[in-house]
Write a protein that binds this ligand. Structure first.
Ligand SMILES: Cc1cc2nc3c(=O)[nH]c(=O)nc-3n(C[C@H](O)[C@H](O)[C@H](O)COP(=O)(O)OP(=O)(O)OC[C@H]3O[C@@H](n4cnc5c(N)ncnc54)[C@H](O)[C@@H]3O)c2cc1C
Length: 349
C-alpha cells in the first residue's frame, strides 16, 4: 500500500468532526480546520436518528453526551382533524430517536479530534464542512424558528410532538425531563414572541399547542433563527467535496439536517479511506452519486412538511388531515415512514 495523502476538512462542526473520526486509522493524514474554538452556547435541540446513533457508535462518540430517547411521536394539526402516532415498536427499534443539544454533542466530538485554526497548502483533497455555504442556491421560508427550553407541570417522558399550525410546524421534544421547542412562526409573530414576557410566551405556546404536554410553567432560554433551504448544485468539484450543511441546509421541522450530514460524512469516509488518491475525480464522483437518492428523498420529505403542511387553505387542511388519518390506519405505511426518517434510504423496500 502506498503512503496516504493529506485530506483537509474545513469546518469542525459535528459533520466535519465525524468525518475526521471515521478517517482515524485510515492511511491518510487528516487536517481538521476551524477558526472557532468555542463549541457555542445557547439552545439548539438536535434529534438524532437511529442511523446517526449507529454512526456515532462506530466512531466511538456515542455515550459522550446526554441523549434522551424518543419512544413515541405524536403528529397532529391545529384546528382540524387528522392525527397519527408512531411508536418505537412500530418501527421495531428501541427508540425512534434521541434528543441532545448541539453544544453538548459538539463538545463531545471535539474532545476526540485535533482541530487547527489555519488551513494548509498540501492537501490532495479538500472537504467542505463549513456549514451553510454562501454560494448555494437559497430559498427563504416564509417563517422563522423560535428555539426554546420550557418545562411543564408534568415531566416529559419519551413522547415527542409535531403539530402543524397555520403559521408553520411546532415541535416539542423531550429533553432531560423538560421540553425542547422548535416553533415556526411568521417573522412579525416570531419577533413578538421573542419580545414577550416569559409568562406571555408560555400562554401563547399553550394556546398554539394545547394541553397534551400539561401546563407549561417555565421558560429557560429562547432564540430566533431565520430559515432557508440552501442547496449546492453539485456536491463535488475538482479535488473538493461538500458534506453536511455545506452541501444542503434544511428546515429543522423534521430534524433531518444533521442526520443527513452524518450520513454524508460516513459515506464519504468509506469512499476516501482506501483510495490511493482521495482527490481523484472518480472517487469523488462515486460519493456524489451515492448520496443523491438519500439527499433528494430527505429534502423532499422536509419540504413537504415545511411548506405543504403550513397555511390555512381549507382544502389543503383536509388533505393534510387525510394524510395523517391515512398514516394512522395504515400501520405498514406508518412503519415505513418511521423507518425512512430514522435510517434514510436503507429503509427503502
Ligand atoms: C433550530 C434548529 C434545530 C435543528 N434541529 C435539528 C435536529 O433536530 N436534527 C437534525 O438532524 N438537525 C437539526 N438541525 C440542523 C443541524 O443543526 C445542522 O444540520 C448541523 O449543525 C450541520 O452540521 P455541520 O457540521 O454541517 O455544520 P455546522 O454545525 O454549521 O458547523 C460548521 C462549522 O464550520 C466552521 N466554519 C465556518 N466557516 C469556516 C471556514 N471558512 N473554515 C473552517 N471552518 C469554518 C464553523 O465554525 C462551524 O464549527 C437544526 C437546525 C436548527 C437551526
Amino acid at each position: 500500500m502506498t503512503e496516504g495523502a493529506e485530506i483537509q476538512i474545513l469546518g469542525a462542526g459535528p459533520v466535519g468532526c465525524v468525518l475526521a473520526l471515521a478517517l482515524q486509522g485510515s492511511r491518510h493524514r487528516v487536517r481538521l480546520v476551524d477558526p472557532q474554538t468555542a463549541t457555542g452556547a445557547g439552545t439548539r435541540p438536535i434529534a438524532l436518528s437511529q442511523a446517526s446513533r449507529l454512526i456515532l457508535e462506530r466512531v466511538g462518540a456515542w455515550g459522550g453526551f446526554a441523549a434522551t430517547p424518543i419512544l413515541s411521536i405524536h403528529v397532529s394539526q391545529a384546528g382540524a382533524f387528522g392525527r397519527t402516532r408512531m411508536d418505537a415498536a412500530d418501527a421495531g427499534v428501541p427508540a425512534l430517536g434521541y434528543v441532545t443539544d448541539y453544544a453538548q454533542l459538539l463538545g463531545a466530538l471535539r474532545a476526540r479530534v485535533d482541530v487547527v485554526r489555519e488551513a494548509g497548502a498540501n492537501a490532495r483533497c479538500t472537504i467542505h464542512a463549513e456549514g451553510s455555504a454562501g454560494e448555494s442556491r437559497e430559498r427563504r421560508y416564509g417563517h422563522d424558528a423560535l428555539v426554546a427550553r420550557v418545562s411543564a407541570d408534568a415531566p416529559s417522558a419519551g413522547m415527542a410532538y409535531e403539530r402543524f399550525t397555520a403559521q408553520g410546524p411546532l415541535a416539542l421534544l423531550p429533553y432531560a425531563g423538560e421540553w425542547a421547542l422548535v416553533w415556526s412562526a411568521l417573522p412579525p409573530r416570531a419577533a413578538e414572541l421573542m419580545a414577550a414576557a416569559p409568562a406571555e410566551f408560555l400562554a401563547q405556546l399553550q394556546q398554539a399547542f394545547g394541553d397534551r404536554a400539561g401546563r407549561f410553567d417555565a421558560l429557560r432560554s429562547r432564540a430566533r433563527v431565520p430559515l432557508a433551504l440552501r442547496l449546492r448544485g453539485s456536491r463535488v468539484a475538482e479535488r473538493e467535496a461538500y458534506i453536511g450543511n455545506a452541501a444542503q441546509t434544511l428546515h429543522p421541522v423534521a430534524g433531518q439536517g444533521l442526520n443527513l450530514g452524518l450520513r454524508d460524512a460516513w459515506d464519504l469516509a468509506q469512499a476516501l479511506q482506501d483510495a490511493d488518491d482521495p482527490g481523484d475525480a472518480r472517487v469523488l464522483a462515486r460519493y456524489g452519486a451515492q448520496r443523491r437518492l438519500d439527499a433528494a428523498a430527505t429534502i423532499g420529505i422536509t419540504e413537504l412538511l415545511a411548506r405543504g403542511f403550513a397555511g390555512t387553505n381549507p382544502l389543503a387542511r383536509a388533505a393534510r388531515g387525510a394524510v395523517l388519518a391515512g398514516l394512522d390506519i395504515l400501520p405498514p405505511v406508518r412503519r415505513f415512514f418511521a423507518r425512512r426518517m430514522m435510517f434514510g434510504p436503507s429503509a427503502l423496500p
